[in-house]
Design a protein around this ligand. Structure first.
Ligand code: PLP
Length: 232
């Protein structure tokens, strides 16, 4: 087995163990492999080991990989910031966008999504711990934005995504993830048919699953440490 295959197996074990501890069915939690700054070949190796969904942060870098692997059956998620001049490329090349935090971007994605493709599956990114410089809507703005996005024809609103600050331990990670879970429940109670709570990364996936995550986004635990130089 490749190292990537072994790492993937280890991450799956962690997910299953976290589900058991939390009294949840492991089938409720999916794994997104975050392949930012990794070569197309690393994606191909993970795919060969059974991983089908991949997340990318940088549009130009992602497009190179999407083109190189276009013959393979991969679900591509955009999880990084999107400028308005990049929405067409995103609408044409990705299956999911998890990083929507303004209506204008959502409107452009809906208008530019080719009609022969399935609607773009989207999540709203929420700035759940309030970092001033951070991407994401403030929690109190999420409901209004969610209603607006749910009305766009070529988008299908699936849920919420968060990237909290790294937490020192399980309990502090949980206290932030529980806020997202509470917001997610409030939106569902409002009638929005959301099924995706995207939270948890390599270091906090156990806490996120404990708090109701349905999609963990894992990079370094699968692909190893990222080369630093590329995107700083
Ligand atoms: C990089 C990244 C991840 C994965 O982080 P790891 O700590 O390497 O697992 C998850 N989500 C987003 C949005 C990221 O940018």
């Amino acid at each position: 087995m490749t190292i990537i295959g072994e790492n993937l197996a280890r991450v799956h074990k962690r997910i299953v163990a976290a589900c058991h501890t939390a009294g949840r069915d492991p089938s409720e939690v999916s794994l997104l492999a975050v392949s930012k700054s990794m070569a197309a070949q690393a994606v191909a190796k993970a795919l060969a080991a059974g991983q089908q969904a991949f997340g990318e942060n940088y549009i130009q870098e992602a497009l190179v990989k999407i083109a190189a692997l276009s013959q393979l059956n991969i679900e591509w998620h955009c999880i990084g910031p999107i400028q308005s001049n990049k929405t067409r490329l995103v609408a044409e090349n990705f299956d999911w966008v998890q990083s929507i935090d303004r209506l204008k971007i959502a409107q452009r994605l809906s208008e530019q999504r080719p009609l022969h493709l399935a609607p773009l599956q989207v999540c709203i990114q929420v700035n759940i711990d309030g970092g001033a410089s951070k991407a994401g809507v403030m929690p109190e703005e999420a409901l209004v934005l969610a209603r607006q996005i749910a009305a766009l024809p070529q988008l299908r609103l699936r849920g919420l995504m968060t990237i909290p600050e790294p937490a020192p331990d399980f309990d502090s990670a949980c206290s932030v993830h529980l806020k997202t879970r509470t917001l997610f429940n409030a939106l569902r109670r409002d009638g929005l048919p959301l099924d995706t709570l995207s939270m948890g990364m390599s270091d906090d996936l156990e806490a996120a699953i404990h708090c109701g995550s349905t999609l963990v986004r894992v990079g370094s635990a699968i692909f190893g440490p990222r080369p630093r130089a590329l995107h700083l």
